[in-house]
Design a protein around this ligand. Structure first.
Ligand SMILES: Cc1cc2nc3c(=O)[nH]c(=O)nc-3n(C[C@H](O)[C@H](O)[C@H](O)COP(=O)(O)OP(=O)(O)OC[C@H]3O[C@@H](n4cnc5c(N)ncnc54)[C@H](O)[C@@H]3O)c2cc1C
Ligand code: FES
Length: 237
């Protein structure tokens, strides 16, 4: 994982994404990880052509912001459930809510495969001083004293009511299991918001590459209300 920082006033909102490009190589949609101050930060996992070439590249193009954002201003209680490397849009959510002094409305549940896979380890230590954050790992190590288990299992211990909004982001299986657990615990469909990733080309609703059933993830998403998309095929890809 690596981070790229731009100095710009154009910062986007937590949950939105930008198209980042390497000239002559291609573009990739990347979520806003931090938009505090005049900085715009992205955290990127190098998995293929563009993301590998972007690392260390002196000229990276930027267009956006695109897509929908976490509707935190509309909700008094929010449980953000993040898995694996899906955590950058939760970092920007935390920062936006910190800037508005609203973090008492937020609880964060985060799951990683192992202690060494925890993204933003140092930031999490800082955030923990003021924020209700619970971290679990699939498999601990000799030094890990925290919770072991999958992140959906933390949901039952949330101190918020079942009317809280759930913001869910992470690998497809983790998201699917989080939704199942939430429904079992009594959360309603329309209180669940999912960030759905799809392969994207244009990012602006033109090329038709990013379908979530009848919707385009770049335009109507990436943040969808579960009650809107729950009937769509192959929701958790
Ligand atoms: C809205 C949105 C926000 C994103 N935010 C981030 C982020 O903050 N940080 C980050 O590291 N990544 C993020 N991604 C994923 C990132 O866009 C892809 O990893 C990137 O486009 C891969 O491009 P590449 O050229 O490096 O890989 P490629 O060479 O195109 O592909 C490498 C491998 O990855 C698979 N792959 C590529 N894109 C995806 C995808 N979207 N879903 C599943 N598999 C894929 C390919 O099938 C292939 O197996 C986001 C994606 C979306 C749609
Ligand atoms: S990426 Fe082209 S329509 Fe969504």
């Amino acid at each position: 994982m690596y981070s790229i920082e731009f100095k710009t006033k154009n910062k986007g909102k937590a949950g939105q994404f930008y198209m980042l490009s390497v000239p002559g190589v291609g573009e990739a949609p990347i979520s806003v990880a931090s938009g505090s101050g005049r900085r715009l930060v992205f955290t990127i996992r190098s998995i293929g052509t563009v993301t590998a070439r972007m690392k260390g590249s002196k000229s990276v193009g930027l267009r956006g912001p695109y897509g929908t954002y976490w509707p935190w201003k509309d909700n008094d209680e929010i449980v953000a459930v993040a898995g694996g490397i899906g955590v950058p849009p939760i970092r920007s959510l935390i920062e936006e809510m910190e800037d508005s002094k609203m973090t008492e409305r937020l609880e964060v549940l985060y799951g990683a495969r192992s202690p060494s896979d925890i993204v933003y380890k140092n930031q999490f230590k800082e955030w923990k001083k003021d924020l209700d954050i619970h971290i679990t790992v699939d498999k601990g190590d000799s030094e890990w004293k925290g919770s072991v288990g999958f992140v959906p299992s933390l949901l039952k211990d949330s101190h918020f009511s079942k009317n809280a909004a759930l913001f869910v982001i992470g690998p497809p299986l983790m998201m699917m299991n989080t939704v199942k657990e939430a429904l079992k615990l009594g959360y309603k469909d329309d209180r669940i918001f999912l960030s759905l990733e799809r392969r994207m080309e244009c990012g602006i609703g033109v090329c038709g590459h990013c379908n979530v059933g009848q919707y385009y993830a770049c335009e109507s998403g990436p943040i969808f209300n579960y009650s809107t998309v729950k009937g769509e095929q192959e929701l958790f890809l």
